[in-house]
Design a binder for this molecule. Structure first.
Ligand code: SAH
Ligand code: DHB
Ligand code: MG
Length: 234
């Protein structure tokens, strides 16, 4: 076998190992039940994009929720309610999840999924552009956990709102903060990819923000994407 064949075989072995590790972690720690699978299958039937978080990420959100004793959670970007179900299930019975969604069709699927999951008493979808809805949430603040997963260009603005609507000890999580590494490097001067710009600027701010302790963790898309996690300091 040539060297490059050898290298290729070993890369394939590593990739297959990563997949089997993720499958084992999912089976041990993050199994989906009927309601989560209903959210996924309805989303597919209704032609929504398959861009929800992974089961491991869902369980990670529950871990963060437990760490900050969450009673009030804010989500930006609902899609079909998949992440919303993981989040709402981490709440006590008098807890509350507000999730913001710009697309009314998506919001309709979310409401059905929340009903199916039996969480419609504590999970609420609000329809509109997040930047229009966020100012109306000040009376409900502080949120213990904020999960950012909507359009990427305004991530820096979503961060400002998350900080404004949180308390010391709150946790702010944002999805898609690695993007194959592109979101970790300063975009070339003149780059007009506002997605990469937005997420890079988000990372840059949380990395050095005096009120935050932050890290990005590879945990999705074969460890090429993942969450940025920030804790608001006391
Ligand atoms: N958190 C979901 C995935 C969200 S996908 C999950 O893991 O299950 C991103 C969602 O954000 C889409 O449904 C999209 O319609 C919505 N979105 C995009 N731009 C938005 C905006 N400006 N305000 C609110 N929602 C937005
Ligand atoms: C995409 C993936 C996401 O997780 C998301 O929140 C938005 C877009 C994507 O792959 O296009
Ligand atoms: Mg996402």
């Amino acid at each position: 076998m040539t060297n490059s064949n050898n290298d290729l075989a070993s890369l394939q072995q590593q990739a297959s190992l990563r997949r089997s590790i993720e499958a084992d972690v999912t089976r041990l720690f993050a199994q989906e039940d009927e309601a989560l699978r209903y959210s996924l299958s309805t989303a597919k039937q209704e032609g929504l994009p398959e861009i929800q978080i992974s089961p491991v990420q869902g369980k990670f959100l529950q871990l963060m929720s437990a760490a900050c004793n969450a009673r009030k959670i804010l989500e930006i970007g609902s899609l079909a309610g998949y992440s919303g179900i993981w989040l709402a299930r981490s709440l006590p019975s008098d807890g509350h999840l507000i999730t913001l969604e710009v697309n009314p069709h998506h919001a309709d699927v979310v409401r059905r999924a929340f009903t199916r999951a039996g969480i419609d008493d504590r999970a609420e979808v609000r329809v509109g552009k997040a930047l229009d809805l966020l100012p109306q949430l000040e009376s409900q603040a502080p949120f213990d956990l904020v999960f950012i997963d909507a359009d990427k260009a305004p991530y820096p603005q979503y961060l400002e709102w998350a900080l404004r609507l949180s308390r010391p000890g709150s946790i702010i999580v944002a999805d898609n903060c690695i993007r194959g590494g592109s979101a970790l490097r300063s975009p070339e001067e003149g780059t007009n990819d506002d997605v990469v710009r937005g997420v890079y600027e988000y990372n840059r701010r949380i990395a050095s923000h005096p009120r935050l302790v932050s890290l990005v963790l590879p945990m999705d898309e074969d460890y090429t994407d993942g969450f940025a996690i920030s804790v608001v300091r006391y």
